[in-house]
Design a binder for this molecule. Sequence first.
Ligand SMILES: Cc1cc2nc3c(=O)[nH]c(=O)nc-3n(C[C@H](O)[C@H](O)[C@H](O)COP(=O)(O)O)c2cc1C
Length: 382
Amino acid sequence: MFGNMPELKIGHLRAKLPIIQGGMGVGISLSSLASAVANEGGIGIIAAVGIGMNGGAIEGDFHEANAEALRQEIRTARSKTDGLIGVNVMIALTDADRLIEVSVEEDVDVVIMGAGLPLKLPRFIIEKGFDNIRTRFIPIVSSSRAAELIFSHWGKKYSHIPDAVIVEGPLAGGHLGFKSAELFQAANTLENLIADVISAMKPFERQFQRPIPVIAAGGIYTGEDIYKFLQLGAAGVQMATRFVTTGECDADIRFKEMYLDCQESDLRIIESPVGLPGRAIDNEFLQSVVEGEKKPFKCPWKCLRTCNFEKVPYCIAKALILARRGKFYYGFAFAGANAWRAEKIISVHELMDAIKNEFRHESRIMRPDKTQSRPCLAFDHA
Ligand SMILES: Cc1cc2nc3c(=O)[nH]c(=O)nc-3n(C[C@H](O)[C@H](O)[C@H](O)COP(=O)(O)O)c2cc1C
């Protein structure tokens, strides 16, 4: 693997670059970012969570507002690119099935299922039959156990398995698939998890007679990182944090500036009302939650299966949608462990060029026959 990045193959799909842009809710990755990534040869992902709230307060049916907004967003993305477009659906959402249904109706290339184990498939998929659906399905897992559970359940119940699997490690942004105590255990590094999941997929590859691409996510920031994970056997990577500081990212400029202004020490783990830990940039809003100043609220939506709105101190959907609009007094920004590294806002085209160069450079340095002829550096003799 020397020089250019290889393409990513998922079933019949071919992405020119092995990069999936991670779905970012609420409203951080919509049609603008997703189509820009797709135009560069990656897979652009629209985050479906709370998508109907982007235009302001929802009056009427919350679920139908989300479904309609998602449909429009997919169509807008399609109008801007011929590349590969997908949708991220959080399984913990009460309208997850409906959002998957709209994505399939709109023929998106991939549906990525995060924040929960997608064991029970929506009825319309079973009725339609996988052979009549072009969309490829990809769960996100944080352990080989979760991957095995999903693949063996689908295999037994549906005689079909997901088309690829994303392994998300503990350095990711947003909700994390670990208990807080497990986050920093050595066994849970992304490097270890990737190796575990690749070997856990072997029996399914044999049984179903097809390759299962394993995609690495969480803390992958540079072309060097991509090179490393491809060498470890990943077929591609999912990256989110690095795409936030692009001109095309769908968030308000103040959201992107939170990333530019933060320090490494500002990134912290929070206990989210979703019932999972999450990584975010610390701010006054999060401080006031810790200090117990936020109180249980009324909930007009019940958007999450796992949120007990009478007990949790704030509405996470509201906090995230307001942060997306730059109103940090009322909310906060999710971010991956590398968010502090961003220095300026650039276009997705410039970012992809930078990543390609980083990858090329790393592949040259790591090429075995080149290591001998590496130029002598001053500190080599120190
Ligand atoms: C602002 C933000 C919002 C996110 N929202 C979602 C989401 O709605 N659904 C999901 O499955 N993952 C979500 N994620 C996780 C990303 O899709 C991705 O897998 C992860 O952040 C990868 O790590 P990286 O950010 O270090 O590249 C989010 C991440 C960030 C930074």
